[in-house]
Write a protein that binds this ligand. Structure first.
Ligand code: GCU
Length: 601
């Protein structure tokens, strides 16, 4: 009897699928590549720096079909024999080129990358060429044949290349272009360094011909006793079965594939994922030809008035904002160890929450944060003055949103998807962001939608939040630099806030700059004492905001930005970090830490 009780009822879902919400239209990204058999293409790649894109356009500015290499040996004279990878420079992948090569520090344009690799095809498998991220535009060629492009610097993309690989030597070439363009997302102005390159790992991923490509496995919205979702199986025939099991819960369920997807719902009472007990369950998914496992947490997230409610209990987000800047070596984060250093610093700060700004960070960062119990705000770089009336810009933003949610939809730690940062009010912006918020809800009805605003107005006795975008989001992020860009630190304690919305507010940015080791009076800008004083008065201010449900001050660590040239102080770094890029904690770090550790909010 007990065995029967423990085993969920084995249910075959076929006609039931109509009962489930239609599966969202995700991109075709392979889910959970950690669990896949893969060959890394990381390491030294040959590069050719091509500021005039001479390798792509002829002298009439017409694109050449396969770039300048019709074959790897550059035999025909028209192959621009000046472009020879065999004698070119080399650079590490993953990694940005700016911090790897002095002559590329400010470079914005095209760099050609090439990697030779051996491959031995095995029957009955498919092979995908998978890029975790390339900033910003990539055109990918395999063995001299153009196989596809991708736009957007912070989300993964893949190409199925089974029939394009040869036994023995193959070569992949990528044209990477990080030029900023007005119609891009982000647009031409941003307060972070425009690190270009193949900035995250590249893999050759093998799967069975009929394989599990994507899935969503989460608690049903508002429930703590129903786990539901869907599993996508490529090249499956209708009627084939999928088995989903959670051994620790002694639950196994079978579902039937219909049109490539198997829906399921399972009664269970999992231990809920919490910041101070980030429980993850091994979930295994099997078909007759494929099997993979993932580590998945289960939790509920909602709002009640101005409160954020995790697993039915009010939660206060004690956070910090983080850019994907590597500690010590600087440049883009490229390793799990660098992720863990940043997260360990956030732990020492007393955080239970992080804002991954201003773009999707690596899957490694998200998974490590989830294991450490951080609740996460994840966002796309719809930043400042992008072209809100441009349909291509919207399609780009929507694609980056889709790829972000597709990759991380099974990460319980992510509570919120943010669709924008500090965008100026206009009808076009309201429509653009309202549509993005709606799109995010279609893709993922379980999480909260937010945006960081800096449009607060002057109310009768303080700041008033009344941006119409507040209607479209669940949580209102507010960026406000009292004591830095506006006002003096001593005036911040008494600053009052009101909101037109009965929704949670998160102070998504607050703070000021300091050069580590620079000391002086608390009214001297750029001293650690000034920054510490500013944090004290802003904490006093936030204590008096009764609809505040969290904060993620700007920012954990100093980060490189071309907007920050001040000699002897900034030297190309935004100095609002609580920690210097060399890992030195400033006085303000301890002010915020004491607030987080001592406050029982
Ligand atoms: C803005 C913006 C950040 C920027 C910060 C600053 O609010 O969101 O990207 O770095 O302020 O000025 O330091």
């Amino acid at each position: 009897m007990q065995a029967l009780k423990n085993l969920s009822i084995v249910l075959f879902f076929s006609s039931f699928s109509v009962l489930f919400a239609q599966k969202p239209q995700f991109s075709d990204l392979l889910q959970n590549i950690d669990s896949r058999e893969k060959v890394s293409l990381n390491g030294l790649w040959d590069i050719i720096i091509d500021p005039l894109e001479n390798g792509y356009y002829n002298h009439r500015l017409q694109p050449m079909d396969n770039g300048f290499f019709k074959n790897a040996k550059m035999q025909s004279p028209s192959d621009l024999i000046e472009y020879n990878f065999d004698t070119s420079d080399q650079i590490m992948v993953p990694g940005d080129w700016n911090s790897q090569m002095e002559k590329l520090y400010y470079f914005e344009g095209t760099v050609w990358y090439k990697k030779d690799f051996n491959y031995t095809p095995t029957a009955k498998e498919l092979v995908y060429l998978y890029f975790e991220a390339v900033n910003y535009e990539a055109i990918v060629y395999l063995n001299g044949e153009r196989i596809g492009t991708h736009t957007g610097g912070y989300t993964p993309f893949q190409f199925e290349v089974t029939d394009k690989l040869k036994k023995g030597n193959n070569f992949v070439v990528v044209k990477v272009d990080n030029k900023r363009k007005r119609e891009n997302v982000p647009t031409v102005n941003q307060d972070w360094w425009n690190y270009g390159g193949i900035t995250r790992s590249v893999h050759l991923i093998s799967t069975p011909v009929t394989h599990i490509s994507d899935y969503s496995i989460q608690l049903a919205k508002g429930s703590t006793t129903t786990i539901e979702g869907w599993v996508n199986v490529e090249n499956a025939v209708n009627g084939e079965r999928v088995e989903i099991s959670i051994p620790e819960l002694r639950k196994t369920i079978h579902s039937v594939i219909e049109n490539g997807t198997a829906h399921f719902s399972i009664k269970a009472k999992p231990k809920l994922w919490e910041p101070n007990d980030p429980k993850l369950y091994e979930v295994s998914i099997k078909t007759t030809t494929d099997k993979l496992t993932d580590a998945i947490g289960f939790r509920t997230i909602s709002t009640q008035g101005s409160k954020i409610v995790l697993n039915g209990k009010e939660v206060f987000l004690k956070g910090i904002s983080i850019h994907e800047e590597a500690p010590f070596k600087t440049g883009r984060v490229t390793t799990k160890e660098e992720c863990r250093i940043l997260l360990q610093w956030a732990k020492e700060l007393g955080c239970n929450y992080i804002r991954l700004a201003h773009y999707p960070h690596s899957e490694t960062m998200v998974r490590e944060a989830e294991k450490m119990g951080f609740m996460i705000w994840s966002e796309i770089p719809v930043y400042w003055t992008i072209l809100f009336d441009n349909t291509d810009t919207y399609a780009n933003a929507k694609n980056q949103l889709t790829e972000m949610i597709s990759r991380d939809k099974n990460r319980a730690a992510i509570l919120m998807w943010s669709v924008a940062n500090e965008t100026p009010e206009s009808d076009a912006r309201l429509e653009f962001l309202g549509n993005l918020a709606e799109e995010a809800r279609k893709l993922d009805p379980t999480r909260l939608i937010t945006a960081a605003l800096d449009t607060q107005s002057e109310g009768e006795n303080g700041k008033l939040i009344e941006d119409p975008l507040g209607k479209a989001v669940d949580v209102i992020g507010i960026n406000h630099y009292c004591g830095w860009y506006v006002d003096e630190p001593e005036n911040c304690s008494s600053l009052k806030w009101a909101s037109a919305y009965d929704k949670p507010m998160v102070m998504s940015e607050v703070g000021g700059g300091a050069l580590y080791g620079l000391h002086g009076e608390k009214n001297e800008r750029w001293t650690e004492e000034y920054q510490a004083h500013l944090y004290k008065t802003n904490i006093e201010m936030m204590r008096n905001i009764d609809f505040l449900s969290g904060l993620s001050p700007w920012i954990l660590m100093d980060f490189r930005s071309s907007r920050r040239p001040l000699k002897r102080i900034q030297e190309d770094f935004n100095r609002k970090g609580l920690i210097s890029e060399q890992g030195m904690k400033k006085q303000a770090f301890y002010i915020l830490r004491d607030y987080y550790l001592k406050e029982n909010n």
